[in-house]
Design a protein around this ligand. Structure first.
Ligand code: FAD
Length: 410
């Protein structure tokens, strides 16, 4: 049997931050990680550059704004930047507030964590330790691992992550551990994920990238709009804009409603100007009339979708209803969403341990005193752009500090 003040389950972003934070108060910390190394997921974040926070963060970038607000008041973006800077990470702020290490290497985070852990003699890291059971006892907890070791502590912080990219270790086991202790889990589904759409043109469109507006709609009502890069793939639509829309799209799909993605290819020119252009180009082939206006690889698809049989038909010979349809498509091109890729391809998991069962000042369970939560295992997810790691750092810091203070009897 191994003893500590606090046992942290999971050595990802939130677990590592919890360990540092709890150790600051001098309490003895054991960190149990099922992989043979810590922080596997951190390495793949931000395309290997780790977009570790966002200086423009607001509570509204998350699914439970008022819940996260309290946590960020306790440890926010600037605290995170300052703490990592004290570890050696120099921040580099890019577009839209996205913040990366100046080294542009996610591995810098792992290196500084390993160094910090080596300095703190009150943290013991155990690798290859998959936790299979947490049991509450009179004075605290017993934690059992797959290889039948038992660890005992006054407090436990569950930082086992969600279900996204299970190859990095987060396979959803945190939910069962929490459920076994009486916590409820709200439905989990992939978020920040590519969407599948129903379209006969996907093969032709695959690889085309445009910069435009995309709306998520149901019954002609717009639920969310994003502007930026859109990438057509052989199964659907991807790109940062679509990742942002994917959470809401999956919410609808979970209710058996197929939402629509409306792509607005042209925003800069009015419809009347395009009509005028078509009149001026009446003697050109319709495909030629679109050159310079829209991405060349979209032209034949748009012509087909408008019901025009041949791309070399002269503009003046196109039936007016088809010509208007062609022009309308540039402002309103609809794709039915039929699904998303799965957890393997998602950046974050929506849903998780219900937040109304966790105190947002301390991140302590309202059901089991001495049990704390941090990171993606909770029903918190944010936008793409540094928000999910910031949640892991902030919640990890608060949970670690609160657990330590409970151990010291405060
Ligand atoms: C490809 C990709 C890119 C991303 N890029 C960004 C980005 O640039 N910016 C951003 O803000 N967010 C990004 N994210 C999201 C972000 O990485 C996560 O939200 C964050 O890492 C969650 O931290 P966590 O500590 O809660 O969980 P995780 O990092 O998943 O860590 C959980 C840890 O717990 C361990 N574990 C699980 N179960 C057990 C068990 N039973 N016993 C012991 N150990 C266990 C796992 O092995 C894992 O190490 C990205 C995600 C992905 C998949």
């Amino acid at each position: 049997m191994f003893y500590a003040d606090t046992i942290i389950i999971g050595g990802g972003a939130s677990g590592l931050m919890s360990a540092i934070s709890a150790s600051n108060s001098g309490c003895k910390v054991i960190l149990l990680e099922k992989n043979n190394r810590i922080g596997k997921k951190i390495l793949v974040t931000g395309n290997g550059r780790c977009n570790y926070t966002n200086i423009l963060l607001t509570k509204n970038d998350y699914n439970h704004p008022f819940y996260v607000e309290k946590v960020f008041e306790g440890f926010g973006t600037q605290n995170t930047i300052d703490l990592f800077e004290s570890f050696g990470i120099v921040p580099k702020v890019e577009n839209d507030g996205k913040t990366f290490p100046l080294s542009e290497q996610a591995s810098s985070f792992l290196d500084v964590f390993l160094y910090e852990l080596s300095l703190r003699k009150n943290i013991e890291v155990f690798l290859n330790k998959e936790v299979i059971k947490i049991q509450k006892n009179k004075d605290g907890f017993y934690v059992r691992t797959f290889d039948n070791n038992i660890y005992s502590a006054k407090t436990v912080i569950l930082c086992a992550g969600g279900k996204s990219m299970p190859l990095t270790g987060s396979d959803g086991s945190g939910y069962s551990l929490a459920e076994n202790l009486g916590h409820s889990i709200s439905a989990v589904f992939p978020a920040l994920v590519k969407l599948k759409v129903d379209s006969p043109y996907l093969k032709q469109l695959s690889g085309v990238k445009i910069n435009s507006q995309i709306d998520l709609m149901v019954n002609d009502r717009i639920y969310q709009s994003e502007y930026g890069d859109i990438l057509f793939t052989n199964y659907g639509i991807s790109g940062p804009t679509v990742l942002e829309l994917s959470r809401k799209a999956n919410e609808f799909l979970n209710k058996n409603v197929s939402p629509i993605l409306r792509v607005i290819i042209i925003q800069e020119i009015s419809k009347s100007k395009i009509i005028e252009r078509m009149e001026n180009f009446a003697n050109r082939e319709v495909s030629q009339a679109l050159i310079g206006l829209v991405n060349k690889r979209l032209i034949s698809v748009l012509i087909k979708e408008a019901g025009i049989a041949k791309t070399n038909t002269l503009v003046k010979d196109v039936e007016s209803k088809n010509l208007y349809k062609l022009i309308d498509l540039m402002y309103d091109w609809r794709f039915k969403v039929i699904g998303s890729l799965g957890f393997d391809d998602s950046q974050v998991t929506a849903g998780g341990v219900k937040v109304n069962e966790i105190n947002n000042e301390t991140l302590e369970s309202l059901i089991i005193p001495g049990l704390f939560f941090a990171g993606e295992v909770m029903d918190i997810d944010g936008r793409c752009g540094g928000y999910n790691l910031q949640w892991a750092w902030s919640s990890g810091y608060i949970a670690g500090r609160s657990a330590a203070s409970r151990c010291q009897g405060n």
